[in-house]
Every structure is written in C-alpha cells, then in structure tokens.
Design a protein around this ligand. Structure first.
Ligand SMILES: [Zn+2]
Length: 66
C-alpha cells in the first residue's frame, strides 16, 4: 500500500510530496517521521510498518525523484 500526499512545510512554507509505503500499524511502536526535503523540519509522522519518503516538487507539482 502506497499513499501519496502533497504537504506544505510548516516551517519554510514549501510544498513537497509525502509518500508512505507499507501498512498502517496501529499500536505499533515504530513511528516514522517525514522530514521536509528543503529545510529538514519535522513533518507528519505516523505509525506504519513501512517507510516514509519525501520528494521536492517542481512548479508544475511534479515530484522530483532523485
Ligand atoms: Zn521546510
């Protein structure tokens, strides 16, 4: 299961793509946190048995995969 959302960083105000993979893991102790790819500020976090990735997006809103 992959979930993609565009998020606006609360610190620098830039938009980035938030991608979480794996399954929601309620009750789990592993809390994955997203970090802003521009300034490194903490983003959303969730309990998930997977990984969270963040990508910068260009002016057209397309993710920039590095
Ligand atoms: Zn930021």
């Amino acid at each position: 299961m992959t979930h993609k959302t565009v998020i606006t960083c609360k610190k620098c105000g830039k938009a980035y793509l938030y991608v979480s993979t794996g399954n929601p893991y309620p009750g789990g102790k592993e809390c994955e946190t997203a970090y802003c790819p521009y300034c490194g500020a903490d983003g959303p976090s969730e309990f998930i048995s997977g990984f969270i990735y963040t990508y910068k997006i260009d002016e057209q809103g397309n993710p920039i995969y590095i």
